[in-house]
Design a protein around this ligand. Structure first.
Ligand SMILES: C[S@@+](CC[C@H](N)C(=O)[O-])C[C@H]1O[C@@H](n2cnc3c(N)ncnc32)[C@H](O)[C@@H]1O
Length: 182
């Protein structure tokens, strides 16, 4: 996303707020690793230590993430989370539904719960266009234009245990991060 740091904090801190204990955290679509770095920073005053992992389909972005977090550079891989099966599972995993075509969302979530999450671990499903009047204008063609992540996950048959919200009043944007427990 672009914009000032306060906007980033309002719209991304809800991800960190879903991480309620120390453990491994995989950011699917980690881009340049900034969210992972911020989650470490935001949660360290709570004595929550995050071991960061990332996957992204862009090799250039994964390179930036490795440079940002050099001590964890072996934790970053280039891949498509719809196919990639990790060699270990994680305590916390973040994704968005828009990473797969609408008709594969259910299959994608089931795949992540089965292959990515430790027993008792949490899948954080972020919607960065929550309550947006025209989500279809913000996403890749073929993704589902989700206005309400809780309704969408219920429609797909998943039970959300908790969620965290963030607001950017300047641009009237809202983030909602829904949590599914394995
Ligand atoms: C909006 S950025 C998210 C950056 C950061 N994680 C955040 O939450 O702000 C989305 C990233 O997801 C990556 N991406 C999209 N589909 C993906 C997939 N199926 N597997 C892995 N990465 C994917 C894109 O390359 C892009 O860097």
């Amino acid at each position: 996303m672009s914009g000032p740091e306060e906007r980033w904090i309002c719209l991304r801190k809800p991800v960190a707020d879903c991480i309620d204990k120390s453990g491994s955290f995989l950011d699917i679509g980690c881009a340049n690793g900034y969210l992972l770095e911020c989650c470490q920073k935001w949660n360290s005053p709570k004595n929550i230590i995050i071991e960061p992992y990332g996957i992204d389909i862009s090799s250039k972005l994964v390179e930036l993430a490795k440079n940002r977090l050099p001590q964890n550079k072996d934790n970053f891989i280039v891949g498509n989370a719809f196919y990639w099966i990790p060699s270990k599972r994680f305590d916390f995993v973040r994704t968005e539904l828009v990473y797969v075509p609408a008709e594969y969302e259910k299959q994608y979530i089931e795949f992540l719960l089965e292959n990515y999450i430790n027993p008792g671990g949490k899948l954080l499903v972020a919607n960065y266009v929550e309550d947006h009047p025209h989500p279809e204008n913000t996403i890749i063609l073929g993704s589902h234009p989700t206005k309400n992540i809780l309704s969408r996950l219920a429609e797909l048959g998943f039970e959300v245990t908790e969620y965290k919200d963030g607001f950017d009043t300047a641009k009237n944007r809202k983030t909602r991060v829904a949590v599914l427990i394995r």
